[in-house]
Design a protein around this ligand. Sequence first.
Ligand SMILES: N[C@@H](CCC(=O)N[C@@H](CS)C(=O)NCC(=O)O)C(=O)O
Length: 328
Amino acid sequence: MGLLVDGQWQDTWYDTKSTGGRFQRTVTSFRRWVTPDGAPGPDGQDAVPAEAGRYHLYVSLACPWAHRTLILRKLKKLEGVISLSVVDWHMAEEGWVFSERQGAVPDSVNGARRLYEVYLKADPTYTGRVTVPVLWDKKEGTIVNNESAEILRMFNSSFDAFGDASVDVCPVDLKAEIDGVNGFVYDKVNNGVYKCGFATTQDAYEDAFHQLFGALDELEERLGRQRYLTGPRITEADWRLFTTLIRFDPVYVGHFKCNRKRIADYPNLFHYMLELYQWPGVAETVDFHHIKHHYYESHGTINPTGIVPLGPEQDLTQPHDRERLPAG
Ligand SMILES: N[C@@H](CCC(=O)N[C@@H](CS)C(=O)NCC(=O)O)C(=O)O
């Protein structure tokens, strides 16, 4: 685990001293956009045009943020359009690295051994964390964007000339509601589990813990009334919640001490998670070996022995009961 400072790699753990033991996620730095024709992005961002074969996605199968982009790439049938590299699950002194191990896919574009080399190609004096996902532009030889929320939006609407235009997980009429749900879920759940796990004071942990489970209680209640987070139609908001839910019982309950309840103890959240897991193509994007080994072996300050728990036993192919709620 480390970061780049003026282009130099430094092996350091997150600094929580200056924030009273609280984990704060840093702001992402590459924020250009891909649009269908290269016109500026939704907020006027500098953009490059969508083309088949031009872009490359770097992900980790362990990472919930990268996982969202992998799901959208799959749902939009962009696998032949946007090429892929998958880092090794073990993130150690050199950060994310490439390997030939099970599930990993080496860097066919830049031939990098470590992900930070890709960041340095884009900016030789880069200062900041070296995170996944990364969307790389092969034509300009640089990083377009490394913010998963934005990559999701680009995959949803910029590549329709090449992918499945009939899939739209962020329809205009639901966008305001999706953004609202995303804000809540991001702060309290997606990032909430990290705030629990990376807290270095009891107060910081307890705050995050109460907010996380308060939010899960609310989501449980909402999913008792409606099939998906924004109503009868599945949207981006659901896929963003899913990548945290699927990691919850195998990892966050134990490793991040998110243990008031398991997802399996929330009937609506659990069945909702099953439905999303069973959605065509999605199970193929879930790799529990990468997920479990990454967290338990990469965070030496949290789990110094590196022992990876064998449980829980879970059957994610069992029937779900979500057909009882209207969809469409
Ligand atoms: N805001 C980023 C966050 C991505 C992120 O934090 N990824 C983690 C993996 S789960 C990472 O690469 N961490 C490496 C580090 O912080 O050094 C996004 O959503 O794209």
